[in-house]
Design a protein around this ligand. Structure first.
Ligand code: NAP
Ligand code: G4F
Length: 358
């Protein structure tokens, strides 16, 4: 029986990847952070919580990573753990660098000293391309990071490459473009929109406040992307792959389709506020995943429209179940109302407003 160790098992991708590996007969180990409130709703909602061997560990703590490797003695390691929200990397840039960037070197060192035959997957990101003005981005496109998160991911990406070349280890990076699902965190724009649309359609909320509506992203379905991730570690040779749909749509188009799903006109409900805009924005991302199609036999199946509808319908279903008093694993009721959050962008937008009022 193959053994896999996944960091970030409590996140969106960790949950889908765990289910894929369990179905393939793997013994799955997942690291989790000891937090004051347990965060296993995604594993519970996929019905796999009891099947994962959970190991407490933190990417900030090298000893705990080494312990996780010793305890699980894995054939494959999937490093999905990261501080993954780009906006917050502007507010917590140092911890982001440590968790998302430097921790990868600590992890690779731990693997190298324990057993350098372990295969290693690093969750790289299309955010690393930044604003490089290429109409499509492939494995060969130069990177131009525009956020602390992207810089940290790029460091992790290159150190993964260095370990592959220097120590002949099987280390690969998947450069994944945005991928969404009903298990997406509420702070990301797709879920923020689908949840907001669900609440508005049921009369629970009056408006949806967003940031930059013009930026474009290449949005795919997380479950399909995790199938590609597994395939990357089954190749004969370690290589990096872009995973994307090849189509880019604006945030406003996402909102339009989401509101149309419940028969509403988005223009009546969507407002914008500077505090949801970033100090520096990546305007456009669109991936070329031809290499994955040729070498992995992978291509996306679900269309953008289907993805948007899936998210909205699932959130409407959840809110209805909640109203009916049903109990189920879910995040929305615990999520803080963004109107109450005070962030650096909030202060920046206040000071800009005050200056313009003078
Ligand atoms: P996610 O839902 O935010 O999950 C992130 C995971 O990382 C969570 O399990 C989180 O644990 C864990 N984590 C955070 N800080 C940690 C720390 N100090 N030590 C150990 N674990 C820690 O993200 P995702 O969407 O599943 O993405 C998975 C990976 O792919 C991330 O590395 C992300 O940056 C990358 N990626 C994502 C996308 C995308 O569109 N989804 C695209 C490209 C790359 P808690 O539950 O305790 O917070
Ligand atoms: O959903 P987002 O926060 O995702 P973003 O920044 O593209 O990052 C995600 O994808 C990356 C891959 O490219 C991952 F590496 C990363 O971990 C994460 O999963 O924002 C998407 C776009 C941005 O242009 C943002 O400015 O939506 C825009 N946006 C507009 N209003 C908003 C909002 N984003 C958020 N989160 N909230 C808003 O209200």
């Amino acid at each position: 029986m193959k053994k896999a160790l996944i960091t970030g098992v409590t996140g969106q991708d960790g949950a889908y990847l765990s289910r894929i590996l369990l179905k393939k007969g793997y013994k799955v180990f997942g690291t989790f952070r000891r937090v004051s409130t347990p965060n296993f709703w995604r594993l519970q909602s996929l019905g796999i919580y009891s099947k994962i061997n959970l190991i407490p560990a933190d990417l900030l703590d090298m000893g705990s990573l080494l312990d996780a490797i010793r305890v699980s003695d894995p054939d494959e390691v999937y490093n999905l753990g990261a501080s993954s929200f780009v906006s917050s990397s502007f507010e917590q840039s140092v911890s982001n660098a440590e968790i998302t960037g430097l921790a990868v070197t600590k992890f690779l060192e731990s693997i190298r000293s324990y057993n350098s035959n372990i295969k290693f997957y690093q969750a790289s990101s299309s955010e690393m391309y930044g604003n490089n003005n290429f109409s499509v981005q492939s494995e060969k496109t130069p990177f131009m990071p525009a956020s602390p998160y992207a810089v940290s991911k790029l460091y992790a990406h290159w150190i993964t490459d260095v370990y592959r070349k220097s120590y002949k280890m099987f280390t690969v990076s998947g450069i994944l473009f945005n991928h969404e699902s009903p298990l997406r965190g509420m702070e990301f724009v797709s879920r923020k929109i689908s949840n907001g649309v669900a609440e508005i359609s049921l009369g629970l909320k009056k408006e949806l406040v967003l940031g930059n509506l013009k930026s474009k992203r290449d949005w795919g379905y997380a479950k399909e992307y995790m199938e590609a991730v597994h395939l990357m570690l089954q190749q004969d040779k370690p290589e990096d792959f872009v995973i994307s749909t090849g189509e880019a749509y604006s945030v406003s188009h996402f909102a339009k389709l989401a509101f149309e799903t419940v028969g509403l006109n988005w223009k009546k409900y969507v407002k914008t506020d500077r505090r949801f805009m970033r100090p520096s924005e990546v305007n456009y991302l669109c991936g070329d995943s031809k290499k994955a199609k040729t070498k992995l036999g992978w291509e996306p199946k679900i269309s953008f429209e289907e993805l948007v509808r899936m998210l909205v319908n699932e959130d409407v279903k959840r809110w209805k179940m909640f109203i009916d008093g049903k109990s189920f694993a879910w995040d929305a009721p615990l999520y803080p109302d963004e109107a109450k959050l005070i962030t650096r962008s909030h202060q920046d937008s206040n000071s800009k407003r005050k200056k313009s009022e003078k």
